[in-house]
Design a protein around this ligand. Structure first.
Ligand SMILES: N[C@@H](CCC(=O)N[C@@H](CS)C(=O)NCC(=O)O)C(=O)O
Length: 228
């Protein structure tokens, strides 16, 4: 299949610093070799409220515009990019690994509520000190378990399923969280963090997040803040 790259691509995102779903979608476009125009709508602002309806049927980000078509929701964007622009290379060729990857991506997409609530993605934060509830600890343990299972299935010590796949994009905001908050992590998780954090695309996103002027107070946790 030859991808049609002549159609304009626009990815509508939230703040790079905080919008974990936007990061996932953008990484998929980058790993498919695309360079979409990125429209950032600063969340929790009157500007977001004023502009979101023109881009998004759900009033949420991310949304990928492909010419006059729109695809909303990070996982749908990932699958569409994979199908149209990446010759399906964003999932492993092996059927078993692909099924496992899809299950992990779905679990990330619908789960880990305690972690997502207590430890918001915050690209600018580094080693913040937090008090973890048992539910958050369970989410962290489950994520580390999944990463270990994926690596033992694929035999990879870099990306979870061998080559980069959608599941790595789904977990990228967890990597950012794990480096934003001071957490005890097993060695294999630290290695996965180091691999992701050396990635040029992720670093470019973090660099742009660091330049953003917006601060959302309720997303700024740590340094002794209670997370109960
Ligand atoms: N399931 C959606 C979740 C999208 C979502 O919750 N986006 C957040 C930003 S990360 C948002 O749009 N927040 C703005 C708001 O709710 O006003 C996806 O995977 O894309």
């Amino acid at each position: 299949m030859t991808a049609d790259t002549s159609t304009a691509l626009t990815l509508v995102c939230g703040n790079r610093n905080y919008s974990s779903w936007s990061l996932r979608a953008w990484l998929c476009t980058r790993k498919a070799g695309l360079d979409p125009e990125v429209v950032v709508l600063p969340m929790d602002t009157p500007e977001f409220e004023a502009r979101i309806a023109q881009y998004s049927p759900t009033r949420r980000v991310p949304v990928l515009w492909i010419g006059d078509e729109w695809v909303w929701d990070s996982l749908a964007i990932a699958e569409t990019v994979n199908e149209r622009y990446a010759d399906a290379q964003l999932w492993p060729a092996d059927e078993g690994l692909r099924a496992f990857g899809r299950a992990m991506a779905a679990e990330m997409h619908s789960g880990f509520g305690a972690l997502r609530h207590a430890l918001p993605m915050n690209c600018r934060a580094k080693q913040r000190s937090v008090v973890l509830s048992a539910d958050v600890r369970n989410d962290i343990d489950r994520l580390c378990e999944l990463w270990l299972q994926a690596k033992s299935k694929s035999g990879s010590d870099t990306w979870l399923l061998g080559d980069f796949s959608i599941v790595d994009a789904m977990f990228a905001p967890v990597v950012v969280r794990f480096s934003a908050y001071a957490l005890e992590l097993p060695e294999h998780a630290k290695q996965y963090l180091a691999h992701w954090l050396a990635d040029a695309d992720l670093q470019s996103w973090i660099g742009l997040a660091e330049e953003e002027p917006w601060v959302i107070q309720h997303e700024e946790v740590g340094n002794g803040a209670s997370l109960q």
